[in-house]
Design a protein around this ligand. Structure first.
Ligand code: NI
Length: 270
């Protein structure tokens, strides 16, 4: 990915995301019709920490397109580590990449993850569109359940592969709504279900960032032994505030992100 093809890749990621999250098209439309322009705050990617597919591997094409690593985040209870990249052009979305610390899974799931990743052709891994290339392995419903019992995150990546987990509407750039609370009220009135883990609004002006997100809708996924409906992608909303230096905070807040991860958890709100 170079600066010239970056927009093409971002657009391809958006289309892949819409395909897996039809609700996003509806939500995007609700805001698009009320605002001259919508800004995407960040795109989130999920992966495993195996070197062939880890955070650094997913980040490389974005670095070639002018992005730089910024903040890093630890989620010990979910066995996750994350970093975000940002571009000097603030109109471009930040890229938030998390990875599962695979070695912290039990032996059976650890071996399963290695088996899945080993099936990705090297040519696919090397492609600059790898981060939205989807799934490259067969997975049984039993294997999915076995991962789910230990890590909802691992089960999601195993079921969907490499694709954007969420896009994020930048609330500051909206003319129609001036706060996350107003966005949430509007969405709820339209029948959209929000992730309420840790409260509908995560974060605060004091930490520089308020976020909310929808609950991922269930989508049909083909397993080796049949089709099952499981939570796919969700839409996130972010409102940024200036910190002491007067600059709008550009990072993320670990406690908030920790709750946002629950947006794909089928055990919540159903
Ligand atoms: Ni996010």
């Amino acid at each position: 990915m170079n600066p010239e093809t970056l927009q093409q890749h971002l657009q391809a990621m958006w289309l892949d995301y819409l395909q897996l999250n039809p609700q996003a098209r509806l939500i995007h439309g609700l805001f698009r019709s009320r605002n001259p322009e919508l800004v995407n705050d960040h795109i989130a990617l999920r992966t495993f920490d195996l070197p062939e597919v880890d955070l650094n591997h997913l980040a490389r094409p974005f670095q070639l397109a002018g992005y730089d690593f910024a903040g890093e985040y630890h989620f010990p209870d979910k066995h996750l580590y994350a970093r975000h990249l940002q571009h000097p052009d603030r109109q471009l979305p930040k890229i938030f990449i998390s990875q599962l610390i695979t070695a912290e899974l039990g032996a059976v799931n650890n071996a399963l993850v290695h088996k899945l990743i080993s099936q990705i052709p090297a040519s696919v891994r090397a492609g600059e569109g790898f981060c939205y290339s989807g799934r490259h392995w067969e997975l049984s419903w039993r294997e999915y359940q076995q991962l789910l019992a230990e890590s909802e995150y691992a089960a999601w990546v195993a079921a969907f592969g490499f694709r954007p987990n969420h896009f994020t509407l930048f609330v500051n750039a909206l003319q129609s709504h001036t706060s996350i609370a107003a966005v949430n009220t509007f969405l709820t009135s339209r029948g959209v279900q929000l992730n309420t883990a840790g409260g509908a609004i995560k974060g605060s002006p004091e930490v520089g960032l308020e976020q909310s997100s929808t609950l991922a809708s269930r989508v049909p996924v083909t397993f080796s032994d049949g089709i099952h409906h499981i939570p796919g992608c969700y839409y996130e909303f972010a409102s940024r505030f200036p910190l002491a230096d007067g600059e709008l905070y550009q990072g993320f807040v670990t406690d908030s992100a920790n709750q946002i991860f629950h947006s794909t958890d089928s055990r919540q709100g159903r």
